[in-house]
Design a binder for this molecule. Structure first.
Ligand code: AMP
Ligand code: MG
Length: 473
């Protein structure tokens, strides 16, 4: 039986300024690494045998109904505006409506040059493809809004990066859409008001059908982004490149590049090799997302009937965001200490824990998971400081029923630790995909204790610590 992807494309009906028609560029020797059958059936994709899957998901054959295109967008990269970025190494194959009625994009990343490639080769190497595969699937299992990984294929071609020649690969990813803050900026920067209106109407109908005005739409996007960033923080996730072109309007985590999860807690943790100023450090994420939403607000202004009134209204919406993030943060962290309805005293209790974790170089994930058991104090280099906090917390938790169960579903045992990702990539480059498969398996149940997987729970030994992560290019 041949694969059937029931495409229902709408982005392709937008005017030509929105994209460039671009087929994926065929590769020498497509070879399937992995196909996410669970996700495929969730999407209503059926059929397909290995050879055909490799051909389709490496971009050598177009499935029936596909309308491949590279999307146009702009974006602020590390604060500087680029009026034209766009899909330089990706094509949108098309959209499908899943059996639950959710419209999703299927995109190939690493599928060859497009009119937006600038100086890039349009390709990806195996490392970032597997990193995105594992981390995005882990995020999904953690319950955090994210794009998903549908397939990974080898191209049989080499790509050349700083490290030398590396195996090329393509990731097939699924997203609620690939519309970014930068997509709005693209039209605003060109003063293309009609395009901006069409984009707004399209995006509103697709993601926020309950909103009507640009102001309501902005507030709805802000609410989802506040939720998202708070959830990232609650699992110690650092996106790494929160440029406005990497902020999805849908509120999903998108564009996994030099992202990483923290091991020991420190608010200024940053891994990305290109983030020398720490702009996108762990704790800065909550400020940067407000900045990104301010850019979305600015981009929406030119299409409003009364710009002065819109400036006042949108400024209010953006200024309200930090308090919203604080509230989302408390909602995300409260169950991590077993609390149902948290108040400001609980916020201090959580912040005090984070502060002693920082001083005590405690592992973020393992400390929360161990709270309430004797193992918690062992996470600290100065356990007596933890004991003082622990006494306070136990007095608080007495009032809570079922706190142990609540904490188990809020504090993962497993996160995709950076050193394990790096080791997995090294093995894969050497042809051994067993660590990749094992990571996927274990991370699909992050809140369950899994005997035999303790090695994936442990923080890195000193020689295993990864200091830097590199962009997906
Ligand atoms: P990023 O911030 O990594 O998501 O990418 C920023 C921009 O660079 C996007 O427009 C990408 O399409 C483009 N880009 C990144 N890597 C490549 C590549 N290898 N070839 C062409 N364009 C690329
Ligand atoms: Mg990007």
């Amino acid at each position: 039986m041949s694969i059937n992807i029931p495409f229902d494309n709408t982005y392709a009906t937008l005017p030509p300024e929105f994209y460039a028609r671009q087929a994926p560029v065929p590769v020498q020797h497509p070879q399937l690494i992995r196909f996410n059958t669970a996700l495929a059936s969730e999407l209503g994709i059926d059929g397909g045998v290995s050879d055909e899957l490799a051909t389709i998901f490496a971009g050598n054959a177009l499935p029936k109904g596909a309308f491949p295109l590279a999307q146009a967008y702009a974006g602020h990269q590390f604060g500087g505006f680029s009026p034209q970025l766009g899909d330089g190494r990706a094509v949108l194959l098309g959209e499908i409506v899943d059996p639950n009625g959710h419209r999703r994009d299927i995109q190939l990343k690493g599928s060859g040059p497009t009119p937006f490639s600038r100086n890039g080769d349009g390709r990806a190497w195996l490392g970032p493809v597997l990193r995105e595969y594992v981390v995005s699937e882990a995020m999904h299992a953690l319950g955090i809004p994210t794009t998903r990984a549908l397939a990974a294929t080898l191209t049989g071609e080499m790509v050349f990066r700083q490290q030398g020649g590396l195996p090329g690969a393509v990731l097939a990813r699924v997203a609620s859409s690939h519309i970014r803050v930068g997509t709005f900026q693209y039209f605003a920067a060109r003063q293309h008001i009609e395009g901006l209106r069409q984009l707004f109407e399209y995006t509103r109908a697709r993601h926020y059908p309950d909103t009507k005005t640009p102001g309501d739409f902005l507030r709805a996007v802000i609410a989802r982004q506040a939720h998202l960033v708070a959830r990232w923080m609650a699992v110690g996730f650092i996106h790494g490149v929160m440029n406005t072109d990497n902020s999805a309007i849908s509120g999903e985590t998108i564009d996994y590049g030099p992202c990483a999860f923290m091991d020991s807690y420190h608010p200024v943790t940053v891994f990305s090799s290109i983030d020398r100023q720490g702009r996108y450090a762990y704790d800065n994420q909550r400020e940067v997302i407000v900045w990104n939403m301010a850019q979305l607000a600015s981009a929406l202004i030119p299409m409003t009937p009364d710009e002065d009134a819109a400036v006042i209204d949108f400024t209010k919406a953006v200024h309200a965001m930090p308090a919203m993030i604080d509230a989302e943060w408390l909602t995300a962290f409260a169950p991590k200490i077993g609390v149902t309805h948290a108040d400001e005293t609980d916020r201090s209790l959580i912040n005090d824990l984070l502060s002693i974790m920082q001083d005590g170089r405690a592992d973020f994930t393992n400390t929360f998971r161990a709270l309430g058991s004797p193992g918690a104090r062992d996470q600290f280099v100065n356990p007596e400081v933890f004991d003082v906090w622990d006494t306070r917390w136990r007095a608080r938790i007495k009032k809570e029923n079922g706190w142990q169960e609540r904490m188990k579903t809020a504090n993962p045992a497993f996160i995709p630790r950076n050193h394990r990702i790096e080791q997995m990539i090294q093995s894969a480059v050497a042809g051994d995909y067993a660590p990749f498969e094992r990571l996927l398996q274990v991370l699909s149940m992050p809140y369950s204790d899994q005997p035999g997987a303790e090695d994936l729970q442990a923080p890195p030994a000193p020689h295993e610590v990864v200091q830097q992560t590199f962009c997906g290019t």
